[in-house]
Design a protein around this ligand. Structure first.
Ligand code: ADP
Ligand code: MG
Ligand code: MG
Length: 252
């Protein structure tokens, strides 16, 4: 089992403090949903975990099994088992999807232990079938001209091929029709197990109907302010966030 521990995390963007003492612990074999109003710092949390240079950690710690993540470069974080599916995946012209995924797999392996081309192609074919993706998506430039739904499905393809220890999925459900949502959920559920933990950031219960989270957290004003089980997400869907604000005495 692996554990990702975030303690008292403070993060600033251009000297504005966005995360203000966030605590979160995630084990492999667990799916955590993070919900919360717009602008509370959910994407900031994802970026800070991955080491985006714009996000300055001013206080607190992030560790995987006791290893200091904050001291790692972005590529070292990936090698340590972290994976981020971004809210807005970027396009990379001139790099095919297949090449990108193969490089990402090999970058996480030791020299001399690279995945063989045959094995890679076999796994890619199988996984694309599983995700009901067109085989020609493999040879297209990364995310270039992909529809919103194709981009999200492709993030799950990367996830399943790269097999990280911890995945952070930032609004992986946004803009998906119901069929695409089911496929995305199928991929995440397939990953669930001993060696895999997941943070799914979402606004909607809809995703959580297909991926039952083990834990649900509510973020407000740069902190996790409430945690519970799947029933917490259902209550948020029905009642919004006002009752939590009232409970905690948070002003808008
Ligand atoms: P959420 O994902 O919960 O909607 P974000 O983490 O995207 O929230 O944003 C939190 C706050 O940080 C917002 O006030 C947003 O305007 C600000 N912010 C986020 N990213 C940047 C950035 N790159 N530059 C400046 N401000 C940012
Ligand atoms: Mg948002
Ligand atoms: Mg966001």
């Amino acid at each position: 089992m692996s554990t990702l521990v975030i303690k008292d995390l403070h993060v600033s963007i251009e000297d504005k403090e966005i995360l203000k003492g966030l605590n979160l612990t995630i084990n492999t074999n667990e799916v955590h949903a993070i919900m919360g109003p717009n602008g509370t710092g959910k994407s900031t949390l994802a970026s800070a975990i991955m080491g985006h240079p714009k996000y300055e950690v001013t206080q607190g710690t992030i560790e995987i099994d006791g290893e200091n993540v904050l001291e790692m470069e972005v590529d070292e974080r990936a090698k340590a088992g972290l994976f981020l599916a971004m809210q807005y995946p970027s396009e990379i012209s001139g790099v095919t999807n297949a090449d990108f995924i193969r490089s990402a797999i090999n970058a996480r392996r030791e020299e001399g232990d690279e995945i063989s081309l045959m094995k890679f192609i076999r796994e890619l074919d199988k996984t694309m079938d599983f995700l009901e993706m067109d085989q020609d998506m493999a040879q297209r430039y990364l995310n270039e001209g992909f529809s919103g739904g194709e981009k999200k499905r492709n993030e799950i393809l990367q996830l399943m091929m790269i097999k990280p220890k911890f995945a952070i999925l930032d609004e992986i459900d946004s803009g998906l029709d119901i069929d695409a949502l089911k496929v995305v959920a199928k991929g995440i559920n397939e990953m669930r197990g001993e060696g895999f933990g997941c943070i799914a950031i979402t606004h909607y219960q809809r995703l959580l109907n297909y991926i039952t989270p083990d834990h649900v957290h509510v973020m407000m004003q740069g902190r996790v302010v409430k945690s519970g089980g799947p029933e917490l997400a259902q209550r948020l869907e029905a009642e919004g966030y006002d009752w939590i604000k009232k409970e905690l005495g948070i002003e808008d």
